[in-house]
Design a protein around this ligand. Sequence first.
Ligand SMILES: Nc1nc2c(c(=O)[nH]1)N[C@H]1C(S)=C(S)[C@@H](COP(=O)(O)OP(=O)(O)OC[C@H]3O[C@@H](n4cnc5c(=O)[nH]c(N)nc54)[C@H](O)[C@@H]3O)O[C@H]1N2
Ligand SMILES: Nc1nc2c(c(=O)[nH]1)N[C@H]1C(S)=C(S)[C@@H](COP(=O)(O)OP(=O)(O)OC[C@H]3O[C@@H](n4cnc5c(=O)[nH]c(N)nc54)[C@H](O)[C@@H]3O)O[C@H]1N2
Ligand code: SF4
Ligand SMILES: [Mo]
Length: 670
Amino acid sequence: MNEIKPSVCPYDCPDCCGLLVTVQDGRAVHIAGDPNHPFTRGTLCPKMAHYERTVHSKGRIMTPLKRIGKKGEGRFKPISWDAAIAEIAEHWQSIIDDFGAEAILPYSYAGTMGTIGYSAGHALFYALGATSLDRTICAPAKSRGYRDVMGATLPTAPQEAQESDMIILWSISMLATDIHFRHDIEIARQRGARIYCIDTYRTKTADCADAFLCPRPGTDGALALAVLHVLAKEGFCDRAFLRRHVQGAEALERKILPRYTPEAAADITGIPAEDIRSFARAYGRARAPFIRLGSGQSRYTNGSMTTRLITCLPAFVGAYAKKGGGLLTSASGSHAFDKSIIRRPDLERPGVRHINMCELGHALNDASLTPPIKALYVYSSNPACTAPDQNRVMKGLEREDLFTVVHERFLTDTARYADIILPATTSLESEDIYYSYGHYAIQRARAVIPPVGESKSNWQTARLLAKAMHLADPIFDKSEEELVEELIASTKRAWPLPLGEDALQQLRDCRPVNLPLPKDYKMDFQTPSQRIEIENPACQPSLPDYFPPHGDAEPFPLINAPDMRILDSSFNEREELTRDGVMTLLIHPDDAAERSLQDGDPVRARNKRGQAHFTIKTSDRVKRGTLVTEGVWWQCYTKDGNTNRLTSMRLTDKEGGSTFYDVSVTIEKG
Ligand SMILES: Nc1nc2c(c(=O)[nH]1)N[C@H]1C(S)=C(S)[C@@H](COP(=O)(O)OP(=O)(O)OC[C@H]3O[C@@H](n4cnc5c(=O)[nH]c(N)nc54)[C@H](O)[C@@H]3O)O[C@H]1N2
Ligand SMILES: Nc1nc2c(c(=O)[nH]1)N[C@H]1C(S)=C(S)[C@@H](COP(=O)(O)OP(=O)(O)OC[C@H]3O[C@@H](n4cnc5c(=O)[nH]c(N)nc54)[C@H](O)[C@@H]3O)O[C@H]1N2
Ligand code: SF4
Ligand SMILES: [Mo]
């Protein structure tokens, strides 16, 4: 008999879709979108349309495995959970005895966005005294840039865009990464809104827009300043709003903006001055402009500053005071729950060493680290594929003296280097509660099918390891169900407005619930001055200004953007998705002609960190002088490693974020 059960898409995607899963004899046989979800409204992206193929893939790891071949060779033998846990505990204990607990490094990210699953290892590794991981791989510089201007002000809800007359898709690959926002845009468009896209190449998302601006990589800060220049000079500022609600607009106008004429910005960005002017005028004239800001601009050494500059735009025109106007960077759904319930920061030992996950390649190879990293525990992440400076990461993973445990669903690039692999459940096999970083709905999901094989969830595994390491804290006695109940109860203290009884019941019943937003939330500026802080005395410099990205010394900036078929390295298990080719390098036809390159030619892209092989595809979607590749592909689909052979461990200006796009290369045939 078929049963339809609610669930939530667990992937690192702002949409956090509500799912309806058809279950037959304990197997998921069909996945659909939940029409009652307030943002995703019944549709799914192509990746998830066949999630059942991932869940019941023949590639699933079914039992714990122990390495029998060389590191990376991929030969393992099945062992029992008891044996695996005992062996891990024994290794860890002997490492702790010889080197101290900081010689153990956990490494995880958002393989699952479940509130429990994401943070399932925190309490365990804090209690052990292991090195703490700074989880910076995604876009902390973007969050910081927003915060430097807006503090903790709630970003604008995406559905507001329906009421906007000018929507700007700014460094967001919407059709790949936030597809449900298209729904809101289409409603706005039917009401007469114009859509703009700002990206470093003409993405499919750009095709949805009425106008497209194409800056040189990492130069959007100069574009934002020139827009502000035009707004100020041509009388488009909302002076009353600036006087009442904004700190430092006048200082910016006087001290910084004179340098950023559209002509000066054209030199920096490569966008013609006239295009900058007409974009600025459209922004100034719009009744309620809405910016949907992705993360592309933040993955550069100037990433937080660029975001800070873009965040100044709505303030100059008073967009927050208008229905439909505003800025959405990342929705604050993460504040729905008191995450300390699961993360237990009180267990972290004072002064314990922190390592930035973007610098894994250093951490595993740096001989001067005391203590050195002797054990690595990876879950919900695939750093051999997704971390920058892959040559260094691989060198570290190859170390015979590194004891590596990987908790995974598939034999990923990282799992191949494990000494022990533990089988992980998918979201359909475990209980959790989810929030989104793209909208304000939250939702609980119960397990809808039994675990596939002997797989266990992150939390169940952390509990087993905690017991084996004799950790006594009562948290390790709690089930996921108990934790979910506590998280639901915590909304009362964590979220600014209480959820009504109906909403709480809906949550318990696994139905999506929109977090209540305070009336005038857009105008409730949560900064020390209670104003928008264009001048922020706590920042250095206190006024935002443009500075260039790092860029490297090679001639071609290399954008490595999301691919629609996969999500970071997730979905690589679905071989059918690689059919149309991977490791494609898009190049402008004139740049290709100058180098006698033609479609289908093999090329090698190189810089001082390494090289990777691509297949050329000429395209006038790409700006002259830049190169584009899409997707983070498992290394087994590549000749000698993926794009991350070329990317750098360099960090962003603030928050130690990743700089994946701040990289350049030379190319040659072969
Ligand atoms: N299909 C798919 N969906 C995904 C992912 C995926 O890999 N594939 N990844 C998931 C994750 S982890 C994240 S963090 C989000 C990211 O979601 P997004 O924010 O949409 O993605 P970004 O990687 O930040 O890149 C967005 C766009 O920024 C552009 N860009 C790069 N540099 C610049 C620049 O200097 N200026 C401007 N204006 N644009 C620039 C890129 O060309 C790209 O089209 O997506 C999530 N969803
Ligand atoms: N070149 C380049 N590199 C990039 C990016 C880029 O744009 N360009 N994007 C970067 C960004 S924004 C991010 S966020 C990172 C993300 O990089 P990662 O953190 O490596 O994310 P994924 O590649 O999605 O890998 C997640 C893994 O978790 C596993 N998994 C899923 N669910 C569970 C679970 O419940 N438990 C366990 N134990 N495992 C599970 C999946 O099978 C998958 O292998 O990649 C970064 N890397
Ligand atoms: S990956 Fe994103 S768009 Fe696709 S189903 Fe999941 S949450 Fe929805
Ligand atoms: Mo990310």
